[in-house]
Design a protein around this ligand. Structure first.
Ligand code: C2E
Ligand code: CA
Ligand code: CA
Length: 433
């Protein structure tokens, strides 16, 4: 268990119940944490933090405590620049805990995790590990975010071929097999450093370069799909389509021309569209979406659950797939409310005849939960990060060696068990493609 908690050597527990505190301290030691500091309430925790020579790597905070409760403690910690990431442990109802997490997210806090009491060693280890990892990746993002990108630079990078597609596997929840890949743009600068799409896609959207960027991603991905085919691998592609592009009258023809040139069938291609963007100019966007659908392409509603009018869009737009946002996947195994929301979304896709994809699958717990819940496809770091196209065949060999482990437990009857069918088979099920 020790290696699960790389980087966590010390923890401070703020918990008023002596029994609970002793139990949590015991769990911490069981998962290899060497220094465990204990405080009976928020005020004691702050005093201890001031007294310690080294701040702890993480904190475990109970919500309900006398003198200074967990929320006040967290608010005090937010004022400190060196505050450790923390996990909330509470026996209170999960709606309350969810509100606290929302409060933390709204103020940009590192902690995205809560544990229901009684916690187990494994769930505590996982929650602590996630908190620390979230802080690291946020720190990394903040460092990278310092780089400002201009439209001129972006245009040059596009012309010079510095923006290339990487591919992230989409996995069948029934069989564990590879069923497709999502195409994610990567910009490599002259030093070989990669710039995340969050930094240049908005610039592309604002400058009109999103059209050439999308067509470049699509063309490179189609060319990659062709060379996979030559090696006997037929892999459906999912390409991100900025909602802004849906207003472009030539888009459907541009896409159709490229797809014909590379000899792919439209059902082998799904376009992922973020829901918030579709709302703004629904009339024009709808026309493009309907035309893409009529030509047989799959349409996926991306980041489902994060927009504000998802239900309405589902009723109006001919989506074939629903992609549940990662915020409903991470931590759902330990949060009953998230589990209920997730299950409702999956049930809805079944009733609407849509394929259901879960993104942000990071752990074996996430994977097991999705299989039990009857989700179709899963995507996330648990299987593999986005990688260059020529690395995918080797990744697949390694993945196949993991299949027994991935499918060791059988999903319940809820699973739709679409083994053997492709993403687009499912997207087209019961509908004219
Ligand atoms: P997205 O469409 O939601 O893509 C999924 C993002 O989640 C990717 O980030 C992916 O690397 C990341 N991800 C994958 N698995 C996990 C996981 O297990 N845990 C976590 N925490 N994250 C995971 P990435 O590549 O940085 O892309 C960010 C966003 O940029 C994408 O979000 C998409 O909206 C946009 N984007 C990327 N490529 C393109 C493109 O070619 N065109 C357009 N219009 N947008 C793009
Ligand atoms: Ca996407
Ligand atoms: Ca997404």
């Amino acid at each position: 268990m020790n290696d699960v908690l790389t980087g966590i050597r010390s923890v401070l527990i703020a918990e008023d119940s002596e029994v609970q505190r002793a139990y949590l301290a015991q769990l911490c030691r069981a998962i290899g944490i060497q220094a465990v500091h204990e405080a009976g309430n928020g005020r004691e925790a702050l005093a201890l933090l001031d007294a310690l020579a080294e701040p702890p790597d993480a904190m475990i905070i109970d919500l309900l405590m006398p003198v200074m409760d967990g929320i006040e403690l967290i608010q005090q910690l937010q004022q400190r620049t060196d505050a450790a990431p923390f996990v909330i442990v509470s026996a209170r109802d999960s709606a309350l805990v969810a509100s606290v997490l929302e409060m933390l997210r709204a103020s940009g806090q590192d902690c995205g995790h809560a544990l229901e009491k009684p916690a187990s060693a494994a769930s505590l280890a996982r929650a602590l590990e996630r908190c620390v990892a979230a802080r690291k990746s946020r720190h990394g993002a903040a460092v990278r975010a310092r780089r400002e990108v201009s439209a001129a630079e972006l245009g040059r990078a596009l012309r010079e071929g510095a923006i290339v597609p990487h591919f992230q596997p989409k996995i069948d929840c029934g069989s564990g097999q590879l069923r497709g890949v999502e195409v994610l743009a990567r910009w490599f600068d002259a030093e070989g450093r990669s710039l995340p799409p969050d930094q240049f896609v908005p610039v592309a959207e604002a400058s009109g370069l999103i059209h050439p960027l999308t067509l470049s991603m699509l063309e490179q991905a189609l060319s990659q799909a062709l060379s996979w085919k030559a090696r006997g691998m037929q892999i459906p592609l999912a390409v991100n389509l900025s909602p802004r592009l849906l207003e472009l009258p030539t888009l459907v023809d541009d896409i159709g021309r490229l797809v014909r040139r590379y000899g792919l069938q439209p059902p082998e291609l799904t376009f992922e569209i973020t829901e918030s963007g579709v709302i703004s100019r629904l009339g024009t966007a709808l026309g493009t979406l309907v035309r893409l659908r009529m030509r047989g392409f799959g349409l996926s509603i991306d980041d489902y659950g994060t927009g504000y009018s998802s239900m309405q869009q589902l009723s109006r737009i001919p989506f074939t797939e629903l992609k549940i946002d990662k915020s409903f996947i991470n931590g759902a195994y330990a949060n009953e409310r998230l589990r209920v929301i997730l299950q409702s979304a999956i049930d809805m896709t079944q009733r609407l005849g849509l394929a259901c994809v879960a993104e942000g699958v990071e752990t074996a717990e996430d994977w097991a939960l999705l299989r039990r819940a009857g989700c179709d496809l899963a995507q996330g770091w648990f299987f593999g990060r986005a990688m260059p196209g020529d690395e995918l065949p080797a990744w697949r060999v390694q993945h196949e060696a993991r299949l027994d482990e991935l499918c060791a437990t059988h999903p319940t009857a809820l699973s739709r068990g679409h083994e053997g069918s492709t993403l687009s088979d499912r997207a087209c099920a019961g509908r004219p493609c």
